[in-house]
Design a protein around this ligand. Structure first.
Ligand SMILES: Cc1ncc(COP(=O)(O)O)c(C=O)c1O
Length: 377
């Protein structure tokens, strides 16, 4: 009873602070908030191919990867994913969340050091909690702070964990400089490419390939739940990395593998991206540039970003929620990012631009956004 009361009190506290979370069924609003940057979740060419080829497939994988859950379609998908991202191997996990847990819980050992950007995703924090290594944050995208910490811990094995595009800001990491620092200081670089997969690079190979540093990265994470339009994720890198994870990564070993329909969907989507990715990336970029142009007058309140994630800062949970609700009433789906997800005072509307957003939609949306912002702040 005491515990139930404690749970209720914590929920009440969230209600008081306007930080209470609840699940909402998607309404039919114009999408400016999903992670479907390339609109692949709705791509009928891919869907028809998957539908045709999936007839007769078993519905479940029937086991974990090391038992009956490994089959030819997963093998084929992993080879396609590895080739696309210009890596020797790929290993599919059930989600990006479990892949980050899988890397961090198995590779860094006691007496090793993990240095991570202060803005990394919750899944990286949770992975570090499962690791026996000591972890320290460095200031966001701050090369001198990273270098200082590399020097402090130079006698140890060091892992540096960053994102290529930061999920809550949309800004990109200085990848070339960080890769150089890691090389100079014998540190292993791990890059979570969740928000650059499908978006950066000529065909969507990710920011590491775009910058030409893929061979300098120890492990890259590509998630399929965002621009790829599906779910699950792959860790790409060397054969040793893959073999090690298969042997020691508990989030891979002790769970039922993705089903054949998902493996087929990953395979077909990547084949499609190989052919059409360059056009899609260009179309997305045109829309991002158009959005940014429309928002120039509010540039003092926006975070610098060239990616599909664009943010408008509106400090205070109550205010950001109110503005968000008004804009939703006008027919546009956006979400407020409140504290504690971001630091108090850094609350924001996180706007995602997609290939399926027409220039007209972006024009209408930005004029309502600007008008509401000016009236209510
Ligand atoms: C940077 C980053 N890494 C990992 C994840 C987790 O990926 P998934 O949704 O596939 O579990 C996310 C998802 O929000 C993310 O933004």
């Amino acid at each position: 009873m005491q515990i139930i009361n404690r749970m209720k009190a914590l929920l009440d506290r969230r209600l008081e602070k306007d930080s209470y979370r609840s699940l909402q069924v998607n309404e039919q609003l114009v999408d400016f908030c999903s992670n479907d940057y390339l609109s692949l979740s709705q791509n009928m060419d891919i869907a028809k191919k998957i539908h045709k080829k999936s007839i007769g497939l078993p519905m479940g994988s029937t086991g974990s990867r090391l038992l009956t859950g490994h089959y030819k379609l997963i093998d084929d998908a992993e080879q396609e994913v590895a080739a696309f991202h210009q890596a020797d191997t790929a290993l599919i996990f059930n989600s990006g969340y479990s892949a980050n847990l899988g890397i961090l819980s198995s590779i860094p050992r006691k007496s090793d050091i993990i240095l991570y950007d202060e803005l990394v995703h919750a899944s990286i924090h949770d992975g570090m909690r499962l690791s026996a290594a000591s972890s320290y944050s460095f200031r966001h995208n701050n090369l001198s702070d990273l270098e200082k910490q590399l020097k402090i811990h130079q006698s140890k094995n060091i892992f540096v964990f960053i994102e290529s595009i930061y999920s809550m800001n949309g800004d990109e990491a200085p990848l070339i400089e960080i890769a150089e620092l890691c090389k100079k200081n014998n540190a292993l670089l791990i890059v979570d490419e969740a928000h650059s997969s499908g978006v950066c690079g000529k065909k969507g190979e990710g920011l590491c390939v775009e910058k030409g540093i893929e061979d300098a990265v120890f492990a890259r994470l590509h998630t399929f739940g965002k621009a790829i339009g599906l779910h699950a994720a792959a860790v790409v890198g060397s054969k040793t990395l893959r073999d090690y994870l298969i042997n020691f990564s508990r989030p891979l070993i002790y769970t039922t593998a993705i089903n054949p329909h998902t493996a087929l969907s990953i395979l077909e989507t990547y084949k499609h991206l190989n052919i059409n990715g360059a056009v899609y990336v260009k179309e997305l970029k045109e829309r991002i540039d158009f959005y940014k142009l429309q928002m120039l007058t509010l540039s003092d309140y926006t975070l610098k970003s060239n990616s599909a994630i664009q943010c408008l800062l509106i400090p205070g949970n109550t205010k950001v929620l109110k503005i968000c609700t008004d804009i939703k009433r006008a027919g546009f789906d956006i979400r407020a990012i409140r504290s504690p997800t971001v630091a108090a005072g850094r609350e924001r509307i996180r706007i995602c631009i997609h290939r399926h957003n027409s220039l007209d939609q972006i024009g209408n949306f930005t004029s309502i956004l600007k008008k509401t912002f000016k009236q209510k702040t």
